[in-house]
Every structure is written in structure tokens, then in C-alpha cells.
Design a protein around this ligand. Sequence first.
Ligand code: URA
Length: 240
Amino acid sequence: MRLDKFLTMQGRYTRAQAKALVRQGRVIVDGVTAADGGMAIDPTQCAVLLDGEQIAYCDQLHLMLNKPAGVLTAANDPRHRTVMDLLPPYCAALSCMPIGRLDLDTQGLLLLTTDGTLAHRLLAPKRGVEKIYEAQLDGRLGPQDVEAFAAGVALHDFTARPARLEILPPGDRARVTVCEGKYHQVKRMFQARGRTVLALKRLSFGGVALDASLAPGQWRELTEQELRTLRGAAEGSANG
Ligand code: URA
């Protein structure tokens, strides 16, 4: 791996900053001041010091992003801003990827990870990992809707698994808990009940809640506790 890439990924610098640090003679690799950001290093073997402090090598990253509406859940796209555009470049360099997708107009909790196995497990239908959404509808909901969601709403190509619907005041807002994640799932479930979703926000995934202090577009790394919760959710119903 190039030294400047290592500094970008591990030191959370931009590539330009990383090159400047090397130029300024502030980076030492295995006891020798680095002269070229392009030098090849083995990050698992080398000791890289910046201003005398060793930079630890860690290629694992787990994030939560408060996805704004109008941003695409994709690695790149010629027309739309993507969620990766909201994150510093080292996230893409580490292949930190979204766990599933939110629609372009959906906002709220999007998790991203470098751990492909964890992502795969969290998305596997048989594991039934819970996601909670808040929806604004075009009209009032009633107890029949709660019952229909609990029974499993029939859509034209499949019947949704039982879901929990809580109607919120003044009656045209709801919190929905689903344990599957098919395309437009929540919107289609409401559509099947004669309602249109005007706005949708994900509040939680696998027991990890959106941090209320994150404004749309902001992100942070998951805490150890959140990561444990997520790993627990991924293992949860693995026998199912
Ligand atoms: N259900 C939807 O309809 N859209 C989303 O973005 C997520 C769940």
C-alpha cells in the first residue's frame, strides 16, 4: 500500500494533507524519515510514526449516517449526490459500504461497514432483522390498518411479514416496525391500505437507533456497544 494512502485511511487525512505531512518530514517509517508519499509499505508489518506518535493500522470501520432526502444510497452515480459523497474519502478507500438501501427520498439511519459478512447477515431475509420507520401519510390511519399490518399486508407479488404499526397523533403519522427490507416495502404496505407515504424516515436498524444529535448529512462511527448490538442482531435468528 502507498504510504500516503495509509495516512489517508488511518490518519483520516486527505490525500493532499498526507503528501504534505511526508514533504514536511513528519512521517517516519521503520525508523527512517519518509521522503516519498508514494513509497510502498506493508501496513501490517511497518511502524509508521507521525510527529513521533505511532499510527495504528485498522481496516475496519462502522458508521451511522443521517441520510438526507435527495441523496442516493450508492457508491457512485452520474446524476445524483450519493451517500459516499457525504463521507470523507478514507471511507471509500477502506470499502466502507452501506448496509442495504434507503430510497432517494427516504431519510434517516443508514449504517455503513467494512465488514461484508456482517452486512450480509443483517440483510439476510431469514434473520429478520428489525427496522423501525416513521412515516407521514396523506390521511388518517385506523385500527384496521394496525390489524392488517399485524396480519401481514398482501402485496401484488408477495405477502409482507407481520409488522407493528403504531399510529401517532394526530392520526396521519405512524411508526412501523418491519423485519424484512424489500424494494419500497413500507411505501407499498401503506399503498396496499389506500394511503400514500409523503415522507419516510428510518429511526433504527437491528436495535441501533439514529443518534438524534446528527443533523441530516452528518455521520459518526458506531460505539463499541452499538457494534455489539448490531452483531447480536446479525446472529439473532441465525437458526431460522
Ligand atoms: N421502505 C420504503 O418504502 N423505502 C425505504 O427507503 C425503506 C423502506
